[in-house]
Ligand binder design. Structure first.
Ligand code: ZN
Length: 153
């Protein structure tokens, strides 16, 4: 009887540990941070092709307001990165520094400031497995430092 109790206790403990772990390990949910030094914390992101929906959450780990050091996360085809950044520069904060109706933008968050977060969920059907995609921050002047590669594996 005491051995059974031991096994039960062990099972309960395992369940307690497994829950938060599995919630965090969803490969279709990705996180990235931007800071006050105009940097993302990741230079590459990837999601498995088995995801039907992909969610990317951008955190701003800094303190500066979005007017001074705003960041967004914008997904494009790698070849479109410079053109989307250029087109967005004049669009203003009210448009999240994205040219309105820019079809080259596959997915994007809004611009966030220090301490804020924003998420975007998009269909993996927008992407081709193995295709070359990139993400960038379209706040004027940021994309030279704030960009990375995105892959559907
Ligand atoms: Zn930025």
């Amino acid at each position: 009887m005491s051995r059974l109790r031991y096994h039960l206790a062990a099972a309960v403990m395992l369940a307690a540990f497994a829950l938060p772990l599995s919630a965090h390990a969803d490969p279709c949910k990705l996180d990235i941070s931007g800071n006050d030094q105009m940097q993302y914390d990741k230079q590459a992101l990837a999601a498995p092709a088995s995801c039907t929906q992909i969610t990317v959450t951008l955190h701003h780990s800094g303190k500066l307001p979005r007017e001074a050091m705003g960041h967004d996360w914008v997904l494009v085809r790698a070849a479109d990165l410079a053109a989307v950044a250029q087109a967005g520069m004049g669009a203003g904060l009210a448009n999240d520094y994205l040219a309105p109706g820019d079809k080259r933008v596959l997915a994007h968050t809004k611009i966030v400031g220090g301490g804020e977060s924003a998420s975007v969920t998009f269909s993996s059907a927008l992407l081709t497995k193995g295709g070359s995609y990139a993400y960038l921050c379209t706040f004027p002047g940021h994309n030279a430092l704030m960009h990375g590669t995105f892959k559907l594996d």
